[in-house]
Write a protein that binds this ligand. Structure first.
Ligand code: TPP
Ligand code: MG
Length: 561
């Protein structure tokens, strides 16, 4: 009889999982034994990757999925390990990462004849009234495996739910006794439903409304989750003459395209008479900008109602549930049909939109010049970085208040640029570990704030990368502060005590941390970069060092804001 834990390892491999990001504990012993057995016998199994903090494990799974598209698995220790995945769970939820998070569970039995029974005080301490409750608002689905013979069915179901649109994290609790019981009959992979295609009538109406508009604008966030959609979106925007506003969770549109306004297109949005929102989590922030009240608001999204965001109440005129990778080619075809009588008008508005965007791009270029308006800040460093990056590099961006600067200055290609897509900080350096394991052939650079770097548990992330032979370069935009946590104080209390006394409690990260020493302590290397002109050669050295197997930290000295 095969033990249930051995079946689990075989099922993971059969589901297409290549890496098991894990941190073991007392209750994972049967799975560790099963991995050792599979290794010895040459049975297909995922490569286990020791992550010395659970936050790194789940972040690595998110990063692996971004590059590989494969389902992911994380294995952590009971309730404590579950809690330690922490904010990475929020990021997995908001990114729709198809990840099955598995945790042990304290054994039930004290009967010494039951394999896996309680044999330590911690089995009482680590048992919670409802371990699954900690995961409930974040996971799509969660279940305990009550008996070894049901393990296969439950784990197969977890992968099916995780990989069905809208995709997302699932949680499976594995009591030690169940893992040590005989497994059940062999199971097979469950069918994934096809992704949704747009309702043809709805799509026709949407195309008509766009065609009739005078000042259409496109808003997106993650259309580039299918890199092939980027070219289609470019053609649609060119055809309509519609500028593109972007949150850039993924690389959605070429940054230098004359219709690309990035995050600087508020005036275009405020003047639009039709807005097409494609795969955007938050299309605009009404307190800052909104389309005019009579504008037609159109949406294409895999999950348009966003039921996991309690107050998502953007007043759409027409919403289509669809995978944008399916919908956009159909929309392009529908617009080409409608174009026949309208090409002249569409070309005219394209020229108008390009003129407006040209002004925005001119500002970006000025910001990149040392000695220009933001010479003191990150943009000249980022512009120099962009010039030095090889085209194939994978870039992970967690630059916080310098995020818009990254969007302006880093012009990367589809499928090679990713943001956290959610605000729980500490994503980038853990995600880098998984992304590198998914694509060991590609160099990788993570750009993060000094705060974001520390939230990523850097000793754990860098050492884990070192051990797993997944080296990458981190560029820390080091302003020695939580600038993002200071800004709201200045905005909400412009005349307040904090402003009058220039005292912003707990936003300064001094005394300085020695990030180069930290990198060396974890088996890596590092260098301080204090001038934009030094960026290119420092990056060249860093990439060469990473190619030889070491993580490298470039500590970019920015003035404290
Ligand atoms: C896990 C987590 N904790 C706290 C916060 C709140 N927070 C948002 S931005 C920020 C500061 C980030 O600092 P840094 O990465 O240095 O970027 P900067 O603001 O300096 O650009 C903090 C603490 C968060 N988003 N996520
Ligand atoms: Mg900072």
């Amino acid at each position: 009889m095969t033990e249930a834990a051995a079946q689990l390892v075989e099922i993971l491999a059969d589901e297409g999982v290549t890496h098991l990001f894990m941190n073991p504990g007392t209750d994972t012993a049967p799975i560790q034994e099963a991995l050792a057995g599979a290794r010895a016998a040459g049975i297909p199994h995922p490569d286990s990757v020791l992550c010395i903090h659970e936050h790194v494990a789940l972040s690595a799974a998110i990063g692996h999925h971004l590059l590989s598209g494969r389902p992911q698995t994380v294995l952590v220790h009971v309730d404590a390990g579950t809690l330690n995945v922490g904010g990475a769970l929020h990021n997995a939820q908001r990114n729709g990462t198809p990840v099955v998070i598995m945790a042990g569970r304290s054994p039930y039995s004290v009967d010494r004849s039951v394999p896996g029974h309680r044999d330590s005080a911690i089995h009482w301490q680590q048992e919670q009234l409802d371990q699954i409750a900690a995961m409930r608002t974040y996971a799509k689905w969660a279940m305990e495996v009550p008996r070894g013979r049901e393990l296969g069915r439950i784990v197969r179901r977890a992968f099916q739910v995780a990989e069905s649109e809208p995709t997302g994290p699932c949680y499976v609790m594995l009591p030690r006794e169940a893992l040590m019981e005989p497994g059940g009959a062999p199971t097979a992979r469950l069918t994934r439903p096809h992704p949704p295609a747009p309702d043809p009538r709805g799509l026709g109406r949407l195309a008509q409304l766009l065609a009739d508009a005078d000042r259409p604008v496109i808003v997106t966030g993650r259309v580039g989750r299918a890199p092939e959609s980027v070219g289609v979106l470019v053609r649609i925007s060119e055809l309509l003459g519609a500028p593109v506003l972007d949150d850039r969770d993924r690389l959605n549109f070429p940054g230098e395209h004359p219709l690309y306004a990035g995050r600087d297109g508020n005036s275009l949005l405020a003047d639009a008479d039709a807005v097409l929102v494609i795969d955007s989590e938050v299309p605009w922030v009404p307190a800052l900008v909104s389309p005019p009240p009579d504008a037609v608001l159109l949406q294409i999204d895999i999950d348009p109602g966003k039921p996991r965001m309690p107050l998502w109440d953007f007043p759409m005129t027409l919403s289509l549930t669809a995978d944008s990778a399916i919908a956009l080619p159909l929309l392009e075809a529908a617009l080409r049909e409608l174009a026949r009588s309208r090409t002249e008008r569409w070309s005219r508005r394209r020229l108008e939109a390009e003129a407006a965007v040209a002004g925005i791009h001119a500002q970006w270029r000025r910001a990149a010049e040392p000695g220009g308006p933001s010479a003191a800040a990150a943009e000249p460093f980022l512009a120099a970085l962009d010039r030095a990056l090889p085209p194939e590099v994978v870039l992970l961006d967690e630059a916080v208040t310098n995020r818009v600067a990254c969007m302006r200055q880093l012009h990367r290609s589809p499928g090679r640029y990713f943001q956290a897509g959610a605000p729980s900080l500490g994503w980038a350096i853990g995600a880098a570990v998984g992304a590198r394991l998914a694509r060991p052939d590609l160099p990788l650079v993570a750009v993060c704030g000094d705060g974001a770097f520390n939230f990523g548990v850097p000793t754990a992330a860098l050492w884990t990368a070192h051990r797993a032979a997944a080296p990458f370069v981190t560029v820390i935009l080091n302003n020695r502060s939580y600038h993002a946590s200071k800004l709201p104080v200045t905005r909400l209390y412009p005349q307040g005590a904090a402003m009058r006394n220039s005292d912003f409690p707990e936003t300064q990260l001094g005394p300085a941390l020695d990030y180069v020493a930290l990198a060396r302590a974890c088996g890596g290397e590092g260098e301080v970069v204090s001038q934009p002109a030094a960026m290119g050669s420092a990056l060249e050295r860093a990439l060469a060092c990473a190619a030889s197997g070491k993580c490298v930290v470039l500590d970019v000295t920015l003035p404290a804001p």
